[in-house]
Ligand binder design. Structure first.
Ligand SMILES: Nc1ncnc2c1ncn2[C@@H]1O[C@H](COP(=O)(O)OP(=O)(O)OP(=O)(O)O)[C@@H](O)[C@H]1O
Length: 396
């Protein structure tokens, strides 16, 4: 992504709240059903909720929320797409934009384009939470989303069977590799709810989701029983949580929603996305407190003053970086030869009093920095920042 792309995409992301991806290693485990019910449960808590049906090849969210598929969305005066509204939740889906046969022939670059559009070209207004219903698997779409957007984290859905749980492990590893925090594991279809008496019987062996979560040291968010009423809710466009709020399955969806909204501050980092106009002093990201055993490569607060750029890391370390060192460390194609790594930037050309004028989030793994010399194509990953030298104590 070029600096211009970044600049263009940094602002539209502001105001979208926490972006939470709902993912699964394999299809048919109930990921979209969870997304629909979770969206309503979170909206019921008073949160402003949006849903991106990112399953471009098999969009099912509109059907589950009762949104007619044949009504193309309208455009707002700002040229953005107005999302559909259902049960108090804002929704965008491929099913609203094209016929059923078109998504299947989308190729990689088009997938990226549509996903960018769903997030940045939709008139979401201000949201507290944006849920992204990912397609099943660990392929391109998941990687694109994880790398291009500042996901607050991902929820991984599984069924109790061993084969599904093994695939979950793979999905969790993929998320770890692209630096997406795992908010937790949900076990779906975890026992059967009798339609007559409401009693839950465990027809598959139980507890695998909990075990996987424990072994990977991520939270277990809950088990949702198998309930024929869940299917009816999905088919009629009225998720179960609306019509059978007291059923064990609805209670389980509420419990997952409570765990997610309650856990919002747990292990928090910088409030993403942000677009900090350092020169004007606007848009500075809200910070969080360091935690014992925190991530050494996750910033929790940023500050800029006379001494330089101060980064507070989640593990409690503080780091002061000299703005000129930051400019000289730029790894963009204009400043470094891509093949040899040789520095192309002449240090003599960098003013001694250079300062950052704007800092913005890039995914959840880096920041972009624009400087007072007009240079703005530098992207600095968190590990690269952490590895930079501090301003010496006597210089501070
Ligand atoms: N707890 C449940 N009890 C009974 N049926 C369920 C439950 N959860 C989901 N289902 C049903 O299972 C089917 C698959 O669910 P869903 O479409 O949500 O899965 P998915 O993981 O999003 O699938 P994919 O993304 O592969 O299309 C649907 O018919 C849905 O109604």
């Amino acid at each position: 992504m070029t600096a211009t792309d970044q600049s263009a995409s940094a602002s539209p992301l502001a105001g979208l709240g926490r972006m939470i991806a709902i993912s699964s290693g394999k299809g048919g485990v109930g990921k979209s059903t969870l997304t629909a019910n979770l969206a309503l449960a979170l909206a019921g808590q008073g949160l402003r909720v949006g849903v991106v049906d990112a399953d471009l090849y098999g969009p099912s969210i509109p059907g589950m929320l009762g949104i007619p598929g044949d009504q193309p969305p309208t455009m707002a005066p700002n040229n953005k797409v107005i999302p559909a509204q259902a049960h108090g939740v804002r929704v965008i889906s491929m099913a609203m934009l094209s016929g059923d046969d078109r998504p299947a022939i989308l190729r990689g670059p088009m997938v990226t384009k549509y996903l960018q559009m769903f997030i940045t070209q939709v008139d979401w207004g201000t949201l507290d939470v944006l849920l992204l219903d990912l397609p099943p698997g660990t392929g391109d779409i998941q990687l694109t989303l994880a790398q291009a957007f500042p996901l607050s984290g991902a929820v991984v859905v599984s069924t109790p069977q061993d084969v599904s749980l093994k695939i979950v492990r793979r999905g969790l590893r993929m998320l770890e590799q692209v630096n997406v925090p795992i908010l937790g594991v949900v076990e779906n279809m975890s026992g059967f709810t009798c339609p007559s008496c409401g009693e839950v019987t465990h027809i598959f062996h139980q507890g695998g989701g909990q075990k996987i979560a424990d072994s990977l040291n991520v939270p277990f968010l809950g088990s949702i029983p198998l309930d024929p009423a869940v299917v009816d809710g999905g088919d009629t466009g009225r998720p179960l949580i609306l019509d059978a709020p007291d059923s064990p399955a609805a209670q389980a969806y509420h419990a997952v929603a409570a765990a997610l909204s309650g856990g919002a501050q747990e292990g928090a980092g910088l409030a993403l996305p942000f677009d900090w106009q350092v020169a004007e002093g606007t848009g500075k990201p809200a910070g969080a407190a360091p935690v014992a055993g925190g991530d050494p490569e996750r910033p929790v607060a940023l500050d800029f003053g006379a001494e330089g750029l101060h980064i507070q890391w989640q593990d409690g370390a503080g780091q002061m970086i000299d703005p000129r060192d930051l400019r000289l460390a730029c790894q963009c194609a204009a400043c470094r030869d891509e093949m040899s790594g040789r520095r192309l930037l002449d240090p003599a050309s960098v003013p001694l009093d250079i300062v950052p004028t704007r800092i913005w989030s890039v995914g959840n793994y880096a920041i972009g920095v624009a400087f007072s010399d007009g240079h703005s194509s530098g992207i600095y990953t968190f590990p690269a920042l952490r590895a930079m030298q501090q301003v010496e104590a006597e210089d501070v």
